[in-house]
Structure formats: C-alpha cells, structure tokens
Design a protein around this ligand. Structure first.
Ligand SMILES: [Zn+2]
Length: 579
C-alpha cells in the first residue's frame, strides 16, 4: 500500500531530462516508484495535464527570525518552495549573547528591511551558540524544510564584541574558525558574508565583516574545508554597480580573491551578481574569470535572480513620494480603502499635485522621483516585470501631454489603490531582460536572490520561483525563453546539489517526496499586497500565486490550491560531511 500516488502527470524530474507522463508513488515520505504504478494507495492525486516537479530549493532567504515563529514561511511556501535556506548575506541571529540580540535585530532591520518591532516581538530567543539555534529551528513544527548558514556579522559580533567593525586579530580569526567548525559539525549548511557598503544597520553602521581581510575569509573557508561540507555565500562589494555606494571597480577586486580562494578550497563559493549598466559592470568578463578558476578546480557559482532587482512604488509601499506632500501626509495613516476614497476627490488630487514636497533629509529613493520617471513602470493588471520603454511614467505622460506626477498619482490610485509602479534598478540593462537571459542560460550560474522574508516594505521577490516558470518558460515575448525542464532543474536539483542536499531536488526512487503539482497553463502571480500579519502587527508586502495544485513535503500536502494545510512534515536539514 502506497501512501500517495500522483497519477498521470507530466513529470519534470529536476535533472533537466525531457518531460514524460508518469505516475509517482510515495511511501514513508520517499518516492518509491516512478512510471506506471499499479497498486492501492491511501491517497491519489489526479495530475493529468499538470506538471509534476520536485519541490523547489530556495537557497537565498532571510527567514532567520520568521522561522522561529511562522510554521509556513509565507510567502515562499506559496511559490513551490519546500526547502528554504536562511542565514544569507552575512546577517542572522546566531551565535549571539543575550545582550547583543537587539543589536542583531537592528542589523537585520537595516540590511534586509524586516521590521525590528516584528523581530523583537516574534523571535523566540532560546540560544546562544549556533548549535542551539539549529536545535531551536529543529524543535519548531513547520510545513517546509529549512537549512541554515552561519552569518559572518553575528560571528564577528559574538567574538569581537564592540570591536566588531575593526580588523580581526589572529586570535579573533581563530575563535571565529572554531565557531564555524562546531556550527558545521552540528549541521550548518555554510557560512555567509556581506561586503557591500550599501548594506547598513538601522543606524547607518556597516555590517561587521564588510571590510574583512582576505586572510579572515580564507580562515573561515579553511574551517569549512576541515569539516568537509558547506557553501561560502558572498555579497560582493560592487554587486549593485555604483547604486549601493561601493567604489568603481570594487567587483574586480572581489573577483580576484573569490577566484584565488576558490582555487585553494574544495568548498563551493557562490557570490551574488546582477546585470547592470554596461559601463563598469562587466559581468561577462567576471564570468570568464570564474570559468577559468573553475577549470582549475574551483567551484564558484555566480548567483542570479530571475527578474529585476528594484523597488515597488505605491500607496502600499514605503516608496511613495506623495508622503512628502502635506495634504497626502495628513491622510497617510488612513486604511487604504478610506485613503483611496479621499485621493479620488478631484480637488484633493489637484491640491496634492500642486504642493511642494517637504524632504526629510533621508536618503530614500522616493525623494528623487522626478529623476526616475523614465524608469518607473506601472506593473498593471498583467504584472509586467519586463516593461517596454513606452510603458514608463515619462512616456505615458509625454504621449498625452500630461504632468508625469499626475500620471504617477493616477497609477497609484488605480485598482483601488493596489496598483504598484516598478522601478527596476539592476538586471534591466538596456531596458530588457536580454542580459539576464544570458545569465540564466549559463549553466555556471545558480538560481537564488529571492530574499524570501526580507525587504518587507518595498519588494516581494520570494515569488521569483514562480516567475521563472511563468515569464521565462511561457510568457516572455521580448526575447528567448528557457525550456521548462531547464527552469525546473534550476529550481531543484541544481541548488540542492550545490548545498549537498542530495536527498532532494530530483523525482527519482529513494528521494524525498517533495513535489509540486502545477497547472502550468493557469500558473500566475497575484499582485503584491501589503498585509499586517507579522508579530506586533508589523506590515510586509507579500505575493500569492495561482496554479500550484499541491505542494507536497515528504509525501504530505502543505499547500493545496493556494491554501495552507495543517500538515507539519517540515524539518531542519542538517549538512553532513561529504554532502
Ligand atoms: Zn540576501
């Protein structure tokens, strides 16, 4: 007797092999047969016409706090993710002494835009060491799996205390290496570090480790080598070209040590990279350097996104230039429905549009909106994340001889105030995803950068898994697409192998029964929306989807037709030597 048979679906097994119609049988949380399955089953899912894929492995999330209070890890679980890896970009919550907890919260709030009030109210602290943190994650019932990396900033703060932003001494480096060894032995999946000056804590301070010297980074990787597993994840300086404030040429210097370190270790390294302005952001040359290092024994994987890195402007976003105008500011705290009713009054619209913004001196991008009109695009009801030039606020205004501010205002108020306006900052070089396509088509790159759980007030990119399967395999008209088998491989076996999670990511006998049953024709993103479901009532932008018929973890259905179930098959995945 099987526990589950997913019958008659189009199986895309995650290896990149061609799709084929097959049944998938599950017993005791594992896949036991793939093909024509006969025999009774406790439960049967009719999957005719649907895709059956492995569950997605999202290697780049920031659920470090949320994983201690939210059993589901929304929104990722709404996008086919069955394994979420946290502890990215050098920030996280262990190891930590009790007196440094608030400081790590401020760091996470500043770098990843997760409300500090929510983290303070929500995190169930009960650990000092990373091993204790893993145990806390392991003991919490959850629907999908999590894995954790050791964040360099927390390591530094724990070892160096008030000197966390200084140069590390030999003794500091030795102490950090010891902590890395014991964390990995307990099952950490790697170590992460952040090096861009664009990442700051809530008070504007740099992330500890930003300027860490090469010998310190090499020591952390050497500690991983000794244990025999783990990935080193790097946010390099220069990742956002000059937008983040890094100096010109920063990325070239990063590539030097990344390739040098890659050649000297058996550990895989992954660094974030985005398509950017052609001048000074020459990722093709960086890729060539990485290819050379990999040919000489390194395992370096440029980590790429599946759509632009940018911000959403709108009435539900922190990015809203009208908040700087007095007549809007007076309404800013009204619930959306009431605010929109007011904003629709022609005399108020005229008054707000006639007002002069009162800048508050913060570096917020919406202070400079008038310079962005050519690069602000209403997402529209079709959620167009790869808009053509004629859809910009500037172009729309020019076409009808209108004031771009008025066009922006109307875009905000459209759709009952739920309209968003996209500002693509990176991965949109030349005004299209042609560069991004080149990155995605390169088997050296690994899929990531969704930042699940982060950037709550202005982005929701955890939905990029779904975007890969909709835009890139089905919807794109402005250039080449990806084969669905390749897109699925990029979401499943490829990231799983990078992190040594060999038990998942493939539909094959003996593998963990993490599966998605997907109505590919119906698969779609829902519009982003602001909800206030974080601890202490803090808000975040989330995005749902349509078309995931079932998401199954270890043979049990955790999401059915977009609704969460009461099943809690998820667990902490621990890294093991040789993995
Ligand atoms: Zn990140």
């Amino acid at each position: 007797m099987f526990d589950l048979v997913v019958a008659g679906g189009t199986v895309i097994d995650g290896t990149g092999a061609p799709a084929r119609v097959a049944d998938v049988a599950v017993a005791d949380g594992r896949i036991v047969e793939v093909g024509r399955v006969v025999g009774p089953a406790r439960r049967r899912v009719a999957a005719e016409g649907a895709l059956v894929t492995p569950g997605f492995v999202d290697i780049h999330t920031h659920y470090d706090g949320q994983a201690t209070w939210d059993p589901h890890l929304t929104p990722s679980c709404w996008h086919g993710v069955t394994t979420a890896i946290l502890g990215n970009c050098g920030v996280g919550f262990a190891p930590v002494a009790p007196e440094r907890r608030a400081w790590l919260v401020e760091l996470m709030e500043g770098v990843e835009d997760i409300p500090g009030t929510a983290l303070s109210a929500g995190i169930r602290w009960g650990w000092t060491s990373f091993e204790e943190y893993l145990d806390a994650l392991a003991s919490f019932p959850r629907s999908i799996d999590v894995g954790a990396q050791v964040p360099h900033a927390a390591l530094r703060a724990h070892v160096m205390g008030d000197r966390a932003l200084d140069d590390a001494t030999d003794a500091d480096i030795e102490a950090m290496s010891d902590l890395v060894r014991s964390a990995l032995l307990a099952g950490a999946l790697g170590v992460s570090t952040g090096r861009t000056v664009g990442h700051r804590d809530a008070r504007g301070e740099l992330v500890p480790g930003t300027h860490a010297a090469e010998d310190e980074l090499a020591a952390l990787v050497a500690a991983m080598d000794e244990v025999g597993h783990g990935v080193f994840q790097v946010v390099p300086a220069g990742v956002s070209a000059l937008i983040g404030g890094d100096v010109a040429g920063a990325m070239d210097a990063e590539l030097d040590w990344i390739c040098r370190l890659g050649r000297s270790t058996r550990r895989p390294l992954t660094f974030l990279v985005m398509d950017g302005p052609r001048q000074g952001h020459d990722w093709r040359r960086w890729f060539d350097e990485v290819r050379r290092a990999n040919a000489e024994g390194a395992t370096i994987r440029p980590q790429v996104a599946s759509r632009c890195f940018g911000m959403l402007f709108g009435l539900q976003s922190a990015m809203n230039p009208f908040r700087l105008r007095p007549s809007y500011a007076a309404l800013a705290d009204l619930p959306l429905v009431e605010r929109v009713a007011e904003l629709r009054r022609p005399e108020l619209r005229e008054r707000i549009l006639g007002e002069t913004p009162v800048l508050d001196g913060s570096p917020s991008m919406d202070h400079h909106t008038e310079h962005l009109f050519g690069r602000l695009f209403p997402l529209g009801s079709d959620l167009d994340y790869e808009p053509t030039k004629d859809r910009s606020i500037a172009a729309m205004a020019a076409a009808v001889g209108a004031d771009p501010w008025a066009v922006l205002y109307d875009a905000f108020v459209a759709d009952d105030g739920r309209g968003f306006v996209l500002h693509p900052m990176m991965n949109f070089g030349g005004g299209s995803y042609d560069g991004l396509h080149e990155m995605l088509a390169d088997p050296m790159t690994v899929q990531g950068l969704g930042d699940g759980g982060a950037h709550c007030s202005m982005i929701c990119d955890a939905s990029m898994t779904t975007y890969l399967l909709t835009h890139w395999t089905r919807d794109r008209t402005r250039g080449p697409r990806l084969a669905v088998e390749e897109a699925v491989r990029r979401l499943t076996s490829d990231p799983a192998q990078l992190y040594g999670l060999e038990d998942r990511g493939v539909i094959g006998v003996g593998r963990r029964a993490d599966l998605n049953v997907i109505d590919h024709t119906a698969l779609a993103l829902e519009p982003p929306e602001l909800i206030h479901d974080l601890p202490a009532g803090a808000g975040r932008l989330v995005q749902r989807s349509r078309g995931y018929v079932e998401t199954i973890v270890a043979g049990r259905t955790v999401v059915a037709d977009g609704e969460l179930t009461d099943e809690r098959p998820g667990a902490l995945v621990r890294g093991t030597r040789g993995g």
